[in-house]
Ligand binder design. Structure first.
Ligand SMILES: [Fe+2]
Length: 310
């Protein structure tokens, strides 16, 4: 038997809006037993190194100064205290793999969504948890899968831009698909005049149209947020066309205009990207493999200690 519903504000109109407009829904995960301060401390304390990225940010907007670190010798409470006082964020990826109880929560969310939207079927579901320092920023970028953002603690301001030119173009999304790097997209300050701007607090969830660029500014407080990704059959087909068009454009000098996800044009692109996606033409960068340069300093909360290169 299902527990209490996770969504607390779903209305019939949300099924019509889903994927077509940015939308905010209410949820109750911030009060769930897996998201208490104690549960979060236990989770982060033992999170496997291969499944997290700890990143220290430099000056705001200077993405080139980000560097990777690791956690050793701190309790979960000390880690969270250090993030609250520091200038870092930790992205705990693959939550359902590391702790299947969070996978049950994720599947419960999708079951509810499928109840509300019978045609909505997802696969390659992913869930991550982001704990970030006050004033942390996520720069302007776009993601390939369907996305939602769930606020557990703290407040952040999310800017969501139209998923259309000039904010995002087929060329830009192809570049993301071929390189695996979502950031370093061109951004102009006036884009903000066209953004949907929403401050989210604990109990808020945001969902936005596929590939819609977005950026995030934490308020001056510790933030805990959950990120959820998924593919539907249409999103998977869109991704295959994006990869194929990217290959045609960047490797063969063609100018693909078709983005259809059915019929012969789709299937020939499906074959093309399938044949080439594991070659050097599609070089996805693996950011999880960067060597750690620092660790959280156990003796000085909010500070980091350098790791000497081996
Ligand atoms: Fe994103």
């Amino acid at each position: 038997m299902r527990q209490e519903p996770i969504f607390t504000s779903w209305l019939p109109r949300h099924a019509e809006l889903w994927g077509h407009a940015p939308m905010r829904l209410k949820h109750r995960l911030h009060e769930h037993e897996l998201f208490t301060n104690e549960a979060l401390a236990r989770l982060v304390e033992s999170y496997p190194r291969e499944h997290y990225n700890l990143v220290q940010w430099g000056e705001h907007g200077a993405s080139g100064s980000w560097r990777e670190g690791e956690i050793r010798g701190l309790s979960g409470g000390e880690i969270i205290d250090s993030i609250a006082k520091g200038r870092v964020w930790i992205n705990m990826r693959n939550l359902p793999t590391v702790d299947p109880r969070y996978g049950e929560v994720m599947n419960g969310i999708f079951e509810e969504l499928e109840d509300y939207m019978p045609a909505f079927r997802t696969f390659t579901r992913k869930l991550g948890l982001l704990i970030s320092s006050p004033l942390s920023r996520t720069l302007y970028h776009a993601d390939l899968p369907g996305q939602s953002l769930w606020q557990i603690r703290g407040v952040k301001r999310v800017y969501i831009y139209p998923n259309a030119a000039p904010f995002i173009t087929p060329e830009l999304i192809e570049r993301v698909a071929l390189s695996g790097v979502e950031v370093n997209m061109p951004f102009e300050p006036w884009y903000d005049e066209h953004a949907t701007v929403i401050d989210i607090e604990p109990g808020d969830m945001l969902h936005w149209p596929l590939n819609a660029p977005h950026r995030v500014d934490n308020h001056d407080c510790l933030n805990v947020s959950m990120t959820m990704e998924y593919f539907t059959d249409d999103i998977r087909r869109t991704h295959m066309v994006t990869v194929a068009n990217g290959i045609l454009r960047s490797k063969l000098g063609l100018k693909p205009r078709e983005r259809t996800i059915t019929g012969p044009a789709f299937w020939s692109k499906a074959v093309l990207q399938r044949a080439l996606r594991d070659t050097s033409w599609v070089k996805r960068q693996n950011r999880a493999r960067r060597a750690p340069e620092f660790r959280l300093d156990p003796t000085r909360p909010g500070c980091v200690a350098e790791i000497e290169a081996a």
